[in-house]
Design a protein around this ligand. Structure first.
Ligand code: ARG
Length: 244
């Protein structure tokens, strides 16, 4: 009798082990320094996007592991297979959709213009001989090139950075005159840094998670999980946690 019990326990343990080992772990690439979507706290990558993809994984039976890389390296990392998912407040654009597959949209945002808190400039900071900071490869970077540099409206320098942490630091130190970045992030940075949002640029962007082109199995899981998270109120809780 005892032997059978031990045997049963053993079988159960093997089952439980193989089951947990079976739960797929996906590598999620992000570019931290984009609060409240992704940032580093006590050495850990945390934020709205990290919570969201974790909740999606809980519902769809996968685990996640985060990797922090520069924003413009995310797409190459995905196409070469060194990451499985991008969760980086990435705007769904046609150009990007040519090389990767986006999930359903999960957040809407516009661009914003930031200046030092002592500055009296508004949108005008983008005109003439001013130095403007952007994160390389972002929609803000592209907007500045297309709408300011090419038509010759901005004649100063566009300063490119790998991380917004450094952009904000340079603005706080008045090494640059203005910054263009996603409004929710600009607002977060203006709390606790000597910088302020002075204008909004209506770009009507929507964020999506991304997977490699043709990875339909994973994309379906993400979309199904996203829907569950929306329906069961978790999305509202996350918005409240990070934005209110
Ligand atoms: N939404 C903008 C874009 O897609 C900026 C995203 C920057 N994200 C980040 N995690 N640093 O280009």
């Amino acid at each position: 009798m005892k032997k059978i019990l031990v045997l049963m326990l053993l079988v159960f343990a093997v089952f439980a082990f193989s089951f947990s080992a079976y739960a797929e772990t996906y590598v999620v690439g992000t570019s931290a320094g984009f609060p409240p979507f992704e940032y580093v706290e006590d050495g850990e990558i945390v934020g709205f996007d990290m919570d969201l993809i974790t909740e999606i994984g809980n519902r769809q039976g996968f685990e996640v592991e985060f990797r922090d890389i520069s924003f413009d390296s995310l797409i190459p990392a995905l196409t070469t297979g060194s990451i499985d998912i991008i969760a980086a407040a990435m705007t769904i654009t046609e150009e990007r959709a040519e090389v990767l597959d986006f999930s359903d949209p999960y957040y809407s945002a516009n661009q914003a213009v930031l200046v030092h808190e002592d500055s009296e400039e508004g949108l005008t900071i983008l005109f003439g001989d001013n130095d403007i900071g952007v994160q390389t490869g972002t929609t803000g970077d592209i907007w500045v090139q297309d709408h300011l540099v090419e038509p010759g409206i901005l004649t100063g320098n566009v300063r490119n950075y790998d991380s917004f942490v450094l952009v904000i630091r340079d603005l706080a130190n008045q090494n640059i005159d203005g910054v263009v970045l996603d409004k929710p992030v600009g607002e977060t940075y203006s709390q606790g840094n000597p910088v302020k949002v002075v204008a909004e640029i209506i770009t009507g962007e929507e964020y999506g998670m991304a997977v490699a082109q043709g990875n339909d199995e994973l994309l379906e899981k993400i979309n199904a999980g996203l829907e569950e998270v929306r329906e069961d109120g978790t999305m509202d809780e996350l918005i409240e946690k990070y934005f209110e």
